[in-house]
Design a protein around this ligand. Sequence first.
Ligand code: NDP
Length: 502
Amino acid sequence: MQLIQNYVNGKIVGPRSDAYLDNFEPATGEVYSQIADSDERDVQLAIDAAKAAFPAWSNTSAEDRFAILMRLCGLIERDLEALAQAESRDNGKPVTLARSIDIPRAIANFRFYATAAMHLSNESHETVGRNAINYTLRQPLGVVGCISPWNLPLYLFTWKIAPAIAAGCTVVAKPSEVTPMTAYMLSKLCIEAGLPPGVLNIVHGLGPKVGSAIVAHRDTKAISFTGGTKTGEEIARVAAPMFKKLSLELGGKNPNIIFADCDYDEMLATTIRSSFSNQGEICLCGSRIFVERPIYERFRTDFVERVGKLKVGDPKDETTDVGAIVSKQHFDKIMSYIELAQAEGGTILCGGHKSEPPALASGQSDGTAANWPPANAGGSDGIGGFFIEPTVIEGLPHDCRTNQEEIFGPVVTIMPFDTEDEVLAYANSVRYGLSATVWTENLSRAHRMAAALESGIVWINCWLLRDLRTPFGGVKDSGLGREGGFEALRFFTEEKNVCLKI
Ligand code: NDP
């Protein structure tokens, strides 16, 4: 069985413990590879390597860093199909999505920051009348920690690593133990690209063992983290007394606000995507859908009909719309929220059940319908894969638990509203504030809503239209700091002002 091992000091190495964890394939519930079960000894080795590499890497010119990172881009591009297949198998997402979004975005992340680092400039201030000039050096921090989640594995992993390395830092990184495969493949590509040993170190294993050791280590100067709000709280608790820089991209419960004057067809098509792309496992998915009353009935009918036609199936199948939920643990969490919604008085308009696992394409496993479930099935109720029908729920108040807590799956609620003030109060009533979507053709209202919504990102008449230069992040319990653009490069640097009397 394939072993997923660490990348430390330019080499692929096993964990000090010699122990491995099972890596499950969500579409079958079967173990298909083994992950290094690393601990603080492996983190220490990685930090030692990163510290040793820092002086040379931080003094490497931006042009030379650019050249290496662009070589890496070329290799990811060369292996795009293999990486997409691996991402789909490891995460359960449709391969079409991995091929069109996840892997291309990993390439874009490296390309963007390789280029951006060559445009980062320092400021100077002439202190007129006092014969002085100030200039501000912007120096890389040193060794930094990057910790990423399972929903967009390579996409979010590289979104952190790329600016850190481009800025001249050296990195100790941990991908989610649930989806480690493409980070492992990336480590091999880093070796092939000629990234100097120690610049990037990847330590696989459990969050509370590996992630916490990275956070708690005195020598990591900053932590860039994407994941759940509870984990973010724990990281802040440990890191704050050491005055580490923190970038925390956390959970969300995003509102999708639909006014009656919207471009209906465009809204409907996009709302299907913003609800169920990647099985609803995108931090930006809109899980609370508020619809202005004059079009509520029409929307409900059309939306439910379209959702019912989404194909839940084998992630390898090119026609699949909704793949498998990432893990049994997450599957159980989502199903428990569907039960909660019913207990809270919600009506399920479509979905609401686990979906029977599809007959999988040959070569992936022996998971044909006839062989289902596999003997060592890890799924719920004896079912192998972790599939859930896209689920639409109505009849719930905005302040019930289903509408307040993050579910992070293919589950949305729909609610009518009458006035702008009313829907604003509903939208802002949650502890989260990552993103919001507004559908209206009324320009003034669009701007009013954008200003009043408590969220870091507002999409107007669109969703997930990304420009990597823009600030990305949340307010309230959705996090701290902004990724993207020059902001991410600045995060990985420290400013030092030098005042020179002439
Ligand atoms: P988790 O918080 O469980 O895990 C995120 C990462 O942190 C994983 O690598 C995990 O390792 C690691 N980790 C776990 N415990 C610790 C610890 N004590 N110290 C350090 N690291 C730790 O999140 P999920 O992986 O479940 O991801 C889903 C969450 O991520 C959702 O809440 C979602 O909203 C959020 N998210 C936010 C985004 C944003 O941009 N704001 C984007 C994407 C997702 P392991 O996997 O081994 O547990």
